[in-house]
Design a protein around this ligand. Sequence first.
Ligand code: ZN
Length: 443
Amino acid sequence: MGFYALPHLSFTCIIFSFDFRFVYTHIWLGIRAVADQKEDFSMALRFEVLARFNRARAAQMTLPHFVCQTPLFMPVGTQGTIKGLTTSQLEEIGCQIILGNTYHLALRPTSELIDELGGLHKYMNWPRALLTDSGGFQMVSLLHLADITEEGVTFQSPVDGKPMLLTPEESIQIQNRIGADIIMALDDVVRTTIIGPRIEEAMYRTLRWIDRCIAAHNRPDEQNLFGIVQGGLVDRNLLHYAIGGLAGGEDKDSFWRVVAQCTAALPEDKPRYVMGVGYPLDIVVCSALGADMYDCVYPTRTARFGTALIPEGVLKLKHQAMAEDTRPIDPTCACMVCKNYTRAYIHFLVAKDAMGSQLLSYHNLYYMMKLSRDLHSSIIEKRFPEYDFFACIRFTNGFVKDMDPPDDAMVICYLFHTLIPLPSKLINSLHHYISKTFCMCLQ
Ligand SMILES: [Zn+2]
């Protein structure tokens, strides 16, 4: 493996995942180092790229509980449930994989009980695929309660205040008991604001922990262990480390460029999972760059705040203007909610009754699943460049009014100019559209 000089990126730390049975880990320290490689393919996962369009790919990923089509979005069911929706509704919506949170499930109802009752699939009555995280993300969100050492992470239990040690072995054992189709290796997560030698420490520790995770994994034929690529990029011109985690508050320009770097370097025949990513625009752009899997709490969380995802952007159902609006949330949407309920009714419910956020969660997840399906079919049918980027850009406008949309627009142009060969006519119309839209947006 050679070394690759990195372009001038001030960005930094990435979290990225792929099938770890092909052990292949990156350390970004101004150079790329390949730690190890083993030709050892998992029996529990088959990944077949069906079609490509430039860097975008549509694939079929066969897991023990479901045959998934990618690109795919995975809703987050922290405690073994997507709030307010039944598992048969989730099937109806088209969900392929649901995320469970190891840290929360280990605390309650406990992985031992889940194991005793036949595993999480049976416990929550979900016949399709499941993914559990390592619990490592909680290190970032609960860091003031955590002490990270070579052995693992010591937490103060939020239940009884007692210290709780999560080692790489323990994380894997818990996930083995929960029984998801995909399990994640424990990594040493660093805060986005940390600079200096702590980054290097975290990267090398993550590598050592990966070896311990592999050794601890007891169900390799039934569960796929995904490694997490994590590292820091050094911008030597600036003589400092700037770090971040994807979807950890970094700017879009850095985020998309790092995804582009990673997807270019990761193996072609393995799934690529960008963790914590879930805005429609990000999913379209990351898919254009060759990523396959995404997860985010955004669609369901925003639903609970009364916001619906629609092609034009977002619709705030709490707004007074909805009170007498007899149209569905999105007249072009074929979901159960849009077929049966008016904006006026959901407006009435949204602040008063759990049914309001349930209906909105249903619609929002349907929207995300349709986005995944449309991406898949547009790549298969060789019409990916015609994919409705405009709708996604409108979405961005609707969502991030305070976030300097012109930067996003420039990044999109940059990406489509430099990374993805597109007909100049389309680029021109994209430029034209973006400048027109953003002028309107900024007025
Ligand atoms: Zn709908």
